[in-house]
Design a protein. Structure first.
Length: 352
């Protein structure tokens, strides 16, 4: 029985010793050394003091201000001091109880505090009132009295009259040399000049230009530059349709056609027989079957004169009056369709 009691006591003592060994007594300190704006400080010297002001550990911050104290710390109160040559100094009090600890220490720059104090001193110095400079009294100006004159007006009037006569002679000579001023092209484009479609010659030799508004068996009503005019038909000798001068591009003969299963190639020449240049001249062709359905269409610009337009567009598709140009137009045929006849057209514009 005594042996059993002794074994129980020994077992309880061994269990207590083992439990005590598992309780953690040393702890690790990690953290960051930072500036006021949150940036990490690299190379800061770190010193740790216990509650007896004894330095027990040291180290340096690494990249991004991270640090780790290799020496294990026990439960208690400590002070961490971080110093950097350029960034300044900072400290933090901390306590370790029963776990590892992460700490963030902010470094303050002492130069910034001195600068703020200096600025306050300068501000106080600037705010000191200054004496205003003494104003100089304005000098009195000599004024001409009303009853006195500063020139001999009788002699001056005679000289002034002579100068006026001389100036009149110069003006008359200048008026004789006046010529018609040059009118800008853009102003002329704004002015709308009426254009009429008909030229009517009467028995008495009068020629009337205007547009026919109304025509009956016995009379004509025209719109002219001076207003509406009614003429009797018995007085009319000749009536012609007016055409405004412009470009006119025509085909020279029939085009030569090359026939292929999937296309037709048209080639030939065209000519501008008008009085004005034709711009952006284009030849178009269409193919039709027996039911007059469109089975192919395409167009091509001709190669003509090279023109630089006011809009800074440069093109070589213009034809001057009397100019001839060649063309080659390929019109594809829709799949499964058979063309029976074709039509050809010429398109152009008037540009400046």
């Amino acid at each position: 029985m005594n042996k059993i009691i002794v074994l129980i006591i020994l077992f309880s003592f061994a269990f207590a010793v083992d439990t005590k060994a598992k309780i953690k007594e040393d702890f690790t300190l990690t953290g960051f050394i930072q500036e006021q704006d949150g940036r990490g400080v690299k190379g800061a010297k770190i010193s740790i003091y216990d509650d007896q002001d004894k330095e027990i550990a040291d180290g340096k911050s690494k990249r991004d201000g991270e640090f780790k104290i290799k020496r294990k710390l026990r439960v208690g109160n400590y002070i961490l001091i971080a110093e950097h040559k350029k960034e300044g100094r900072g400290e933090s009090e901390f306590e370790i109880t029963n776990s590892d600890l992460d700490l963030i220490v902010i470094i303050l720059n002492e130069n910034e505090e001195d600068t703020s104090q200096e600025s306050d001193t300068l501000t106080a110095f600037k705010e000191e009132p200054k004496e205003l400079p003494k104003q100089k009294k304005p000098e009195e100006k000599n004024q001409l009295k009303f009853e006195s004159t500063f020139f001999e007006y009788e002699n001056s009037l005679a000289a002034l009259k002579a100068e006026i006569d001389s100036l009149k002679t110069v003006v008359k000579g200048y008026e004789k040399k006046q010529i018609m001023p040059n009118v800008d092209r853009d102003i002329l484009d704004i002015i709308k000049v009426p254009t009429f479609q008909n030229r009517i010659e009467l028995q008495n030799g009068t020629v009337v230009m205007g547009d026919i508004l109304l025509e009956s068996d016995s009379s004509l009503t025209l719109k002219t530059q001076i207003g509406k005019l009614v003429l009797k038909k018995e007085m009319v000798i000749k009536m012609d349709k007016l055409e405004k001068p412009g470009p006119k591009v025509v085909f020279i003969g029939e085009p030569f056609i090359d026939y292929y299963p999937n296309r037709q190639v048209f080639s030939g020449k065209i000519k501008n027989i008008g009085e004005i240049r034709a711009d952006f001249v284009r030849v178009s062709g269409k193919l039709f079957d027996q039911t007059t359905s469109n089975v192919g269409i395409d167009s091509v610009f001709v190669k003509g004169a090279r023109i630089v337009y006011k809009t800074n567009v440069v093109a070589d598709t213009a034809l001057e009056p009397g100019q001839i140009a060649s063309y080659t137009l390929t019109v594809p045929i829709m799949k499964g369709r058979k063309p029976e006849y074709h039509t050809m057209d010429i398109h152009w514009k008037e540009a400046r």
